[in-house]
Design a protein around this ligand. Structure first.
Ligand SMILES: Nc1ncnc2c1ncn2[C@@H]1O[C@H](COP(=O)(O)OP(=O)(O)O)[C@@H](O)[C@H]1O
Ligand SMILES: [Mg+2]
Length: 249
C-alpha cells in the first residue's frame, strides 16, 4: 500500500511510546503483561493479565491450588462480594475492601497452604485481588531485620496495608520479643482496619483437653496480645487428615 503525502511514515506517538516502554521492560526481563496486570479488568475468555501475573508469584506446588474447604470457599465468596470499585464512574478494578480473616490450622501436610493459595487464586480470578502479598512468618522476620541501607519501616508499612495478605506458617519460627512485636504490629493494624488476611499455622490456637499438656499451642509462640488480635479478626478453620506429602511419595 502506498502512503499518501500527508501520512507520517513514523509510527504514531502512542506506538512509539509503547515500543520504547516494551524495550525498557525487556531490559528488566519484564513484559507489558506484567505492567497491565495490576490495572486491567478481566476481559473475555481465559486468564486475565492479573491472574497470569499472580500465577507467576505463586510457588510452583500451589499454582493450580483450588480452595475446596467449605469454610474457605464461603470466605472467598464473602470477600469477593464485598470488593468495591473505586469511585471512577464505574471504571477501575474492583479492590478487596474490609472483611474477616481466616486462621487455617492443623498438622503439617493437611493442605493449609494449598487452601490459602487456592483462595488467593479464586479472588484473583474473580477480578478483585490485584494487590496481594504472601510470605511465611519466618521470611517476614528475615526481611524486617534492621540493616544498613534498607528502610524496613517502609517495607513493614507496605505489607501491613496490602489489601490481601497470606501469612504462612505463623508460630513456626523461634519466638523472641522482637518477632512478637513485629507480628503484633502487623496483625494489630490489620485487625483494627479489618484487612482480609489468610494465616496458616501448624499449632492449635489455644490449649484444650484434646491437646497433650506438653505440646505447644500458638499462644505460647506468638504471645497473648497477638492471639487476642487473631481471635478478634479470624474465623478458625481446622484442617485434619494425613500428611499429603507422605501420601504423594
Ligand atoms: N486439596 C488438595 N489437592 C491436591 N493436592 C493438595 C491438596 N491439598 C494439599 N495438597 C498438596 O499436598 C502437599 C501438602 O499441602 P500443604 O498445603 O503444603 O500442607 P500444609 O500447608 O498443611 O503443610 C502439597 O504438595 C500440596 O500441593
Ligand atoms: Mg504450609
Amino acid at each position: 500500500m502506498t502512503r499518501s503525502r500527508l501520512e507520517d511514515p513514523r509510527p504514531v506517538a502512542g506506538d512509539r511510546v509503547a515500543a520504547w516502554m516494551k524495550a525498557k521492560l525487556a531490559e528488566r526481563g519484564l513484559t507489558d503483561t506484567d505492567l497491565t496486570a495490576s490495572s486491567c479488568e478481566d476481559e473475555g475468555e481465559g486468564p486475565s493479565p492479573a491472574e497470569q501475573a499472580a500465577q507467576k508469584r505463586i510457588p510452583y506446588d500451589y499454582r493450580h491450588a483450588v480452595a475446596s474447604h467449605p469454610q474457605v470457599t464461603a470466605w472467598v465468596n464473602r470477600i469477593a462480594s464485598g470488593a468495591v470499585a473505586p469511585d471512577l464512574g464505574g471504571r477501575g478494578r474492583r479492590e478487596i475492601a474490609h472483611g474477616p480473616s481466616l486462621l487455617l490450622w492443623g498438622p503439617t501436610g493437611t493442605g493449609k497452604t494449598h487452601q490459602a493459595y487456592g483462595a488467593v487464586r479464586a479472588l484473583t480470578a474473580a477480578g478483585c485481588a490485584a494487590r496481594w502479598q504472601a510470605t511465611t512468618a519466618a521470611d517476614l522476620y528475615g526481611a524486617m531485620r534492621p540493616r544498613p541501607g534498607v528502610d524496613v519501616e517502609h517495607q513493614l508499612r507496605r505489607i501491613v496495608r496490602v489489601p490481601l495478605l497470606l501469612l504462612d506458617d505463623l508460630g513456626a519460627a523461634k519466638p523472641s520479643e522482637w518477632t512478637e512485636e513485629m507480628t503484633f504490629r502487623l496483625l494489630n493494624w490489620r485487625c483494627q482496619n479489618r484487612l482480609p488476611t489468610l494465616i496458616t499455622t501448624n499449632l492449635p490456637p489455644v490449649r484444650s483437653e484434646r491437646i497433650h499438656p506438653q505440646a505447644r499451642v500458638l499462644r505460647d509462640m506468638v504471645g497473648d496480645r497477638v492471639l487476642s488480635r487473631l481471635s478478634g479478626m479470624c474465623e478458625a478453620v481446622e484442617l485434619t487428615g494425613p500428611d499429603r506429602r507422605y501420601a504423594a511419595a
